[in-house]
Unconditional design. Structure first.
Length: 311
């Protein structure tokens, strides 16, 4: 059994427009890294965090990485284990790209690796969901499931948890832009209506089914016309500067579909190739500059691997 490991876990795009809390996919970049070591002194300790500007807690009970690792150790009957954790944030916090998810998944994948992969990636999902609950008050799986399992994921049910890997076109690519404005996940979630009209629900069900069908058949036109959200996007888009202008730009440049990543403020477009994705990110960043908003961009195919050991 090895006594140390370094793990990378990817960012994710959750919701995928119409699939609120039930759809998500992983990307190659950005992501987070965890270095984990087995030590003689019992207990889980965070020894170092970088890239967070001092925003994340070192208290093992309050940090999503260490808290999830503690849950894992309790589950396998190794609460006596001694573990130190270094967390290296390689992605912006509060970006809508599953920042807390990437950290949590990296930690869980690392501890599972150290203990001989006692659980499958899918079996790790509930532990990661507890980390999400600590981070944003709600233990959803649309970030952590694709971050752990890679690829495109459907959360068919939460009670009981039923997570399904979906096929996707080989050339499918994501163009992601993160406007550097603050949209806290909790605030974005509180804006959502608790009741919806039946006619809107019917539209949403049809679009989710259409998107899944389009992924199975590699039908880009069906994927595109299914990427419509009548429930959440109309509310959350208020918090994102230039949202509709960016969407129009992306579609004019050949995007398959466009929407908010997670709770925002990041936005994303699905494209048929990386060249189109780069054109879209360039155009969106230029648009944001006209209103004095700095941004980061990422272009990535769908990441089919999920977390990986780096050393």
């Amino acid at each position: 059994m090895r006594d140390s490991v370094k793990v990378f876990a990817p960012a994710t795009v959750a919701n995928v427009v119409c699939g609120f809390d039930v759809l998500g996919f992983a990307v190659n970049a950005p992501g987070d890294e965890v270095i984990m070591r087995l030590v003689d002194e019992p207990g889980v300790k965070i020894t170092k965090i970088t890239g967070d500007d001092g925003r994340l807690p070192l208290d093992p009970a309050k940090n999503t990485v260490s808290a999830s690792v503690q849950d894992y150790l309790k589950h396998i009957g190794r609460e006596d284990a001694g573990i130190t954790i270094e967390l290296h944030k390689k992605m912006p916090i509060g970006s809508g790209l599953g920042s807390s998810s990437a950290s949590t998944v990296a930690g869980l994948f690392a501890v599972n690796t150290l203990f001989g992969n006692l659980l499958s990636r899918k079996e790790l999902v509930p532990f990661a969901m507890k980390g999400e609950e600590l981070a944003c008050g709600y233990g959803h799986a649309d970030n952590v499931a694709p971050a752990l399992m890679g690829g495109f994921v459907l959360v068919r049910s939460y009670e009981p948890l039923d997570v399904i890997s979906l096929p996707f076109p080989e050339d499918l690519c994501a163009a992601i832009v993160y406007p550097e404005v603050d949209v806290p996940t909790k605030d974005a979630r509180q804006m959502i209506r608790s009741k919806v009209f039946l006619k809107d629900a019917v539209k949403q069900w049809g679009n989710v089914a259409g998107l899944v069908s389009g992924l199975y058949t590699s039908d880009y036109d069906l994927i595109g016309r299914s990427m419509v959200d009548v429930l959440v996007e109309p509310v959350r888009s208020i918090l994102i500067p230039e949202f509709y202008a960016m969407r129009q730009l992306a579609m004019d440049l050949g995007a398959v579909g466009f929407g908010i990543s997670g709770s925002g403020p990041s936005v994303f477009a699905l494209t048929r190739n990386q060249e189109t994705a780069r054109k879209i990110t360039d155009a969106l960043q230029a648009r944001l500059k006209t209103v004095q908003i700095n941004s980061l961009s990422f272009v990535s195919p769908v990441n089919a691997k999920g977390p990986v050991v780096l050393d």
